[in-house]
Design a protein around this ligand. Structure first.
Ligand code: NAD
Length: 508
């Protein structure tokens, strides 16, 4: 089955309207499943960023949106969730065509999760304590203090290409729940689903609340990070660019959330159920063909069960269905770009050069009818040591690096010996022991006997160079809020203003 999507030209989305880019230039969007051009999107520039930020700024400073009650915003978030479900088919088709994610996953997992992110926050803000009255204090005289949570202002939301809609919703939902306005910058290669999503949800929002500027990451991203009128940046992407984002944002002390790379390690204890582990570990690394930040890409296996588990992993890997992601029977689609496909193959080659063994896969795959697509075989690498490139660096492909260990302490040390700290896990029938190990692993998400299990009311984010700040539910809401204290004095008599005497000596 061939992916089908007709060529469409997407302008920018600014102040509630589709807007032509200043220089009238467009970039081609390629379908990674077959290498064909499926759309053109605006090649925006700094002037376009200025326009979008001005729209968001005016809407925040002069519009009603930031002053809506949580109850009013809750109703809007529910409407957005309903719109997502109503437009699920179109959004899913766009997402598959630009990102190469499989239709079965995007329809069955991503789109419901996107809607759920809005619904969870719609519910959360009904009871969230946006205003807290502190107990009346008699010191230095009767005072009332109110601590208020207010929206931060204009938020620049920069997303990566691997789960375009999900990563977007993880930022837009809390930003809107808090009452902010936003300028979105999707990944250069996967902008189409984002543009349509924003256009759809804008129908229930005032003009200027949501805006999108597409174009090259460096040009648009940097313009947003350095803009005087942007108050917060939420960034999902590589650690390399994340560091640059933090440096740029520091010049105006913008608030920053960084969701960056990962190199998840799963420890397989000798008592693990090997069949369950084999299925689960491969789910952990092959979902989205390995293009997930929190994938389980290092499998640390106890020496006593190593060979048996590797045999099972190879057998299951050879059964993986690779092909056109629009086919509902396909489990693994392509790499998102040709350049990324080559980078994954280079990592596999580096493993060979460093003395590891390619136990299965390792090659590019030609899919009938999609000959120009960027597909790679599911790949298991054994005899890996933790200092090899494939153990230290993010490959972002369907590649599992297997490392043997002999003691639990050694496994924990190997798991933590990496610059990243996004995810980790344990496979064991002894959950008490597994819980103990979980506490020693330095990562933001730990899974015991599973992987990729994220709750939209949970907290997701990184330790170490995987970033900081948390996304999902109330944990993301707080990072889109400023805290203000309003204190009121009830003392009218100037003689009783205890502290004033330090300035007015006539009162002493
Ligand atoms: P990337 O860092 O190259 O790009 C991310 C975004 O930043 C894109 O929109 C890009 O256009 C933009 N950008 C590029 N240069 C920029 C600059 N100089 N200033 C500002 N913005 C700039 O990452 P990618 O290749 O799109 O995505 C893959 C990476 O994202 C992987 O490292 C992956 O682990 C990470 N990721 C992390 C999470 C998470 O939640 N922690 C989720 C998904 C992906």
């Amino acid at each position: 089955m061939m992916s089908e999507y007709k060529l469409t030209r997407y302008p920018l989305f600014i102040n509630g309207a589709l807007t032509h880019p200043t220089h009238e230039q467009y970039i081609e969007v390629i379908n990674p499943a077959n290498g064909k051009v499926i759309a053109e999107v605006a090649n925006g520039c700094e002037v376009d960023v200025d326009k979008a930020v001005a729209a968001a700024r005016t809407c925040f400073d002069q519009g009603d949106w930031p002053n809506t009650t949580p109850d009013e915003r809750s109703k809007v978030l529910y409407k957005i969730a309903n719109l997502i479900i109503a437009n699920a088919h179109e959004l899913a088709a766009l997402e598959v065509a630009c990102s190469g994610g499989t239709i079965s996953r995007i329809k069955g997992l991503d789109i419901p999760a996107v809607a759920d992110l809005f619904m969870k926050l719609a519910e959360e803000i009904k009871t969230f304590q946006f205003v807290e009255n502190l107990p009346l204090t008699p010191l230095p005289e009767p005072l009332h203090s109110q601590v208020r949570k207010e929206p931060i202002g204009v938020c620049g939301l920069i997303t990566a290409w691997n789960f375009p809609l999900l990563l977007l919703a993880m930022k837009v939902a809390p930003a809107l729940a808090a009452g902010n306005t936003v300028v979105v910058k999707p990944a250069t290669t996967t902008p189409t689903s984002t543009l349509r999503f924003i256009e759809i949800i804008s129908t229930v929002l005032p003009d200027g609340v949501v805006n999108v500027v597409t174009g090259p990451g460096q040009r648009i991203g940097e313009a947003l990070c350095e803009h005087q009128d942007v108050d917060k940046i939420s960034f999902t992407g590589s650690t390399r660019v994340g560091i640059a984002v933090q440096q740029m944002a520091a010049k105006t002390l913008k608030r920053v959330t960084l969701e960056l790379g990962g190199k998840g390690a799963a420890i397989v204890m000798p008592d693990a159920d090997l069949e369950r582990t084999a299925y689960g570990a491969l789910f952990g690394v092959y979902l989205n063909s390995g293009q997930a930040c929190e994938s389980g890409t290092r499998l640390l296996v106890h020496e006593s069960i190593h060979d048996e588990l590797v045999d099972q992993l190879i057998a299951l890997s050879n059964d993986m269905v690779i092909g056109d992601p629009m086919d509902p029977g396909v489990a693994m689609g392509p790499m998102t770009t040709a350049a990324h496909c080559q980078s994954v193959l280079d990592y596999i080659e580096s493993a060979r050069e460093q003395g590891a063994t390619i136990a299965c896969g390792g090659e590019r795959v030609e899919v009938a009818g999609c000959e120009e697509g960027f597909y790679i075989q599911p790949t298991i690498i054994t005899n890996v040591t933790n200092n090899m490139k494939v153990a230290q660096e993010e490959i972002f492909g369907p590649v599992l690096s297997i490392i043997k260990f002999s003691t639990t302490e050694q496994a924990i040390e190997i798991a933590n010996d990496n610059i990243y700290g996004l995810s980790a896990g344990i496979w064991s029938e002894d959950v008490v022991q597994a819980q103990g190990i979980a506490q020693k692993l330095r990562a933001g998400s730990i899974w015991i006997n599973d992987w990729h299990m994220m709750r939209t009311d949970g907290a997701f984010g990184g330790y170490k160079q995987s970033g900081y700040g948390r996304e999902f539910g109330k944990y993301s809401l707080t990072s889109y809020l400023e805290t203000k204290t309003i204190t009121t004095s009830f003392e009218h008599d100037k003689e009783k203003k205890t502290f004033h005497k330090f300035v007015h000596k006539t009162l002493a």
